[in-house]
Design a protein around this ligand. Structure first.
Ligand code: F3S
Ligand code: F3S
Ligand code: ZN
Length: 115
């Protein structure tokens, strides 16, 4: 099973910012997009656009971010098919109350909350 690397902060580098959050590389846009966020981290190369995280978050941390041309199967060929060509972007990461609902809800384990 694919899952976001829980040790990504030790293994990856911050390569850019997006809104108020960091992007952890490597990034080869548009296909490979890295991990968005740190406290609320979403591996954009695992996210298949399921949207459960957006539905369950009680404080609306996430917004859809359109990612035309993204190809998570390049990094993880075993992933199920994409549901939506967009990612759950943790644009209000600072509002997270650590309820963990998103981490639990994501069917492909793309989210890691670091408390
Ligand atoms: Fe929301 Fe996930 Fe935090 S559901 S409150 S972003 S742990
Ligand atoms: Fe993506 Fe998982 Fe949310 S697939 S949209 S991070 S539930
Ligand atoms: Zn982002």
């Amino acid at each position: 099973m694919v899952a976001i690397d829980p040790d990504f902060q030790q293994k990856r580098q911050v390569v850019d910012k997006h809104f108020e959050h960091d992007i952890w590389g490597p990034v080869e846009a548009p296909e490979v997009l890295g991990i968005h966020g740190t406290h609320v981290a979403v591996d954009f190369d695992i996210c298949i656009g399921d949207g459960s995280c957006i539905e369950v978050c009680p404080v609306d941390v996430f917004e859809w971010f359109d990612t035309p041309g993204t190809n998570p199967h390049k990094v993880h060929p075993e992933l199920p098919a994409m549901i939506k060509d967009a990612k759950a972007d943790p644009i209000r990461e600072a509002d997270c109350i650590d309820c963990m609902a998103c981490e639990t809800a994501c069917p492909v384990l793309a989210i890691k909350i670091s408390v």
